[in-house]
Ligand binder design. Structure first.
Ligand code: FES
Length: 206
């Protein structure tokens, strides 16, 4: 049964449950107005909080540059509204030679997301927010130089320092082996919401 979560007006009651090694506290679903704050979280849903097999998310509250994280099949899925400035960093980080798998050769995404944006539409990133090293929840760090002096924006895992660009492509020097996983999803007819349906079966979450 599908569940719509994008129009939430209150913070879901996220319970407690450990991700494998994340000794972190958590967050999960964001949100009123999709406030975008970096989060170190371990999303720990109880059975009651577990999202249904498919989840529909309203994109309207997610302002440019912001993110919304929703629980889906016991996993946090992050949806980022990427600005043109953030999108421009994707070519730059590849040019700098910082990516382990710049062309997404490892099938960590459905075929329709095997592109530099790792998405159906460049503006929107829809991704399982779990570090492929040991399952921690990476921070969303869109600000330049917020992690390292050369940082262009992306995700930083607090556990062992893995770094990803704003498409979830892992940077060299990170202990994480792969880009973060992209689930199966699609937009509705008018592009105002998405429905997350399945894990891409070849993807390795962590
Ligand atoms: S779990 Fe993310 S770097 Fe180890």
């Amino acid at each position: 049964m599908a569940k719509t979560v994008g129009d939430m007006t209150s913070k879901p009651d996220l319970g407690r449950r450990r991700f494998l090694t994340a000794a972190t506290s958590v967050v999960g679903v964001a949100v009123i107005g999709a406030a975008v704050v970096p989060m170190v979280e371990s999303l720990e849903p109880t059975a009651a909080e577990t999202a249904s097999a498919s989840t529909t998310v309203n994109l309207a509250p997610i302002e440019p540059g912001m993110q919304l994280t929703v629980p889906w099949q016991k996993k946090p899925v992050i949806i980022v509204n990427r600005t043109p400035e953030l999108l421009a960093t994707l070519a730059e980080v590849a040019t700098q030679g910082r990516l382990k798998d710049p062309d997404c050769a490892v099938p960590q995404q459905p075929p329709y997301c095997k592109n530099v944006y790792r998405s159906r539409k460049p503006q929107w990133l829809v991704m399982v927010r779990i570090c492929t090293h040991l399952c921690c929840i990476p921070h969303y760090r869109p600000e330049k130089a917020s992690v390292t002096p050369w940082w262009l924006g992306g995700f930083h895992c607090p556990c062992h320092g893995s770094m990803y660009d704003v498409s979830g492509r892992v940077l060299k020097g990170s202990p994480a082996p792969h880009n973060m996983a992209i689930p199966e999803y699609d937009f509705d007819k008018d592009g105002t919401s998405i429905t997350i349906t399945d894990m891409y079966p070849k993807a390795h979450v962590c």
